[in-house]
Design a protein around this ligand. Structure first.
Ligand SMILES: *Cc1c(COP(=O)(O)O)cnc(C)c1O
Length: 425
């Protein structure tokens, strides 16, 4: 079927979409189009049900909800780890649902950054998410190391993409730890995690990945690639709810590593309530938990993650790529004449699940989109990110969003707004 740039073509693609039934599982904005699933995924009926069940357990069981609830809270993190693990290509014991992205990075850097002799530096990049840089700088400072000297950031030649060969060239014998994104949050570029992991290990360096923008968007093989650790949030593509508990992966070869930030929930479960002042850590990724899990924030994931396991990441990836490819064709046809530049990889294998559209008037174009009940997201100074989500967006959504953007530009609707970002962008 060839794209003939009609809405009928988009509707035809939707009719042939095997994932279409999942759209009804979500609460979609009324008369609107949600394109921000890479920032905060939408609520599903299953996630809502799971949360309400945990609330009911609290209401009916009080403290006994820990052991006797429908999904006993004492094992909830472990139960969810089993649902999270297939999405990152980890063994169940290598994954834990705990903490948040930034807290998990702190935990993993505290556990795996071991400056010694000549190797005292951490390697990151200039395009990574700021929180990761703040965390790594504070981890260096906590060891008495100067972040200005000991945090090395690989630069990007064009401000959009990183080159793996540049990253590899920066893997010197002064580097103790590498922390990189799996998918860059602005451009959506996928880094070649397998290649980078091999290169790091050949040089005796540990490597960890921030998978916030890839989990639920693309398949991973963290175990087989030999990645040392990874961490991610479950509120973006995985639809676990605002601020829901994050995830971490620790390769089984590191089981037995003493957690840098210890707490009683990292104990072996049968030992935890011995209340001994000497900790007996869990023999798997569970050792990196710290304190009591945030149960009401975990619960929605029971419903949200179930869907990803049901469908499988391959099918999700296939539809996601079909939608971003289609969106790129429409952008080239209708928006390039208006000065939009696609700031995402054109090569499908290198593209995550969102597209980055660059335009000098991006801030107010986003405001005009919102006026049309279309929810994009804006990244200063000039990026509109659009995420057509496999489980709840349609090809027709993609068509309507791009045609609305065309109208906004044709009629200069954006001129009615100020070109500045809002507080939460
Ligand atoms: C969303 C995101 C974060 C956010 O971290 P939190 O601790 O959940 O606030 C960190 N890194 C990346 C790459 C992200 O996309």
């Amino acid at each position: 079927m060839k794209n003939d740039f009609t809405r009928a073509y988009a509707q035809q693609r939707d009719e042939q979409d095997a994932l279409a039934p999942y759209r009804d599982e979500f609460y979609l904005p009324e008369n609107g189009i949600y394109m921000d699933g890479n920032s905060l995924g939408l609520l599903s009926k299953r996630a809502e049900k799971a949360l309400l069940e945990s609330l009911a357990d609290w209401r009916e069981l009080g403290i006994d909800g820990w052991m006797n609830g429908r999904h006993p809270w004492f094992n909830l993190s472990e139960e969810l780890a089993a649902l999270n693990a297939p999405l990152v290509g980890g063994k169940t014991e290598e994954v834990m649902v705990t903490g948040s992205t930034t807290v998990n990075l702190h935990q993993l850097a505290a556990s795996f950054f071991k400056p010694e002799g000549k190797r005292k530096k951490i390697l990151a990049d200039t395009l990574t998410f700021p929180s990761d840089i703040y965390a790594l700088k504070s981890q260096l400072a906590l060891r008495g190391l100067d972040p200005n000297e000991h945090l090395i950031r690989v630069d990007s030649p064009d401000g959009r993409f990183l080159r793996e060969e540049d990253v590899i060239a920066a893997m010197t014998d002064e580097i103790a730890l590498i922390v990189l994104p799996t998918v860059l949050y602005r451009s959506g570029q996928i880094l070649d995690m397998k290649r980078l992991t091999r290169a790091a290990h050949e040089r005796g360096i540990l490597i960890g990945f921030d998978a916030c923008h890839s989990v639920g968007a693309i398949p991973h093989d963290f175990h087989d690639w030999g990645v040392d650790f990874a961490y991610w949030c479950n509120y973006k593509h995985l639809n676990g709810g605002p601020g829901t508990v994050g995830g971490l992966f620790v390769h089984e070869r590191h089981f037995g590593t003493t957690p840098g930030l210890a707490g009683w929930f990292g104990s072996r479960k049968d030992k935890q309530f011995d209340m001994d002042h000497t900790m007996t850590p869990a023999e798997h990724a569970g050792a990196f938990q710290i304190g009591t899990p945030h149960v009401m924030s975990l619960a929605p994931q029971l419903g949200a993650l179930a869907m990803f396991n049901e469908v499988g990441m391959e099918a999700i990836r296939e539809k996601s790529l079909a939608m971003t490819s289609y969106m790129m064709e429409l952008i080239t046809e209708y928006l390039s004449p208006h000065g939009f530049v696609i700031g995402s990889p054109t090569e499908p294998a290198q593209r995550g699940a969102h597209l980055s559209l660059e335009h000098p008037e991006a801030a107010r174009i986003c405001k005009a989109l919102k006026q049309h009940r279309i929810i994009p997201d804006f990244r200063a100074p000039n990026i509109i990110r659009l995420a057509p989500v496999a489980l709840y967006n349609t090809f027709t959504d993609v068509y309507d969003v791009i045609m609305t953007l065309k109208k906004i530009m044709d009629d200069k609707e954006y001129e009615a707004f100020e070109n500045v970002r809002e507080v939460v962008a």
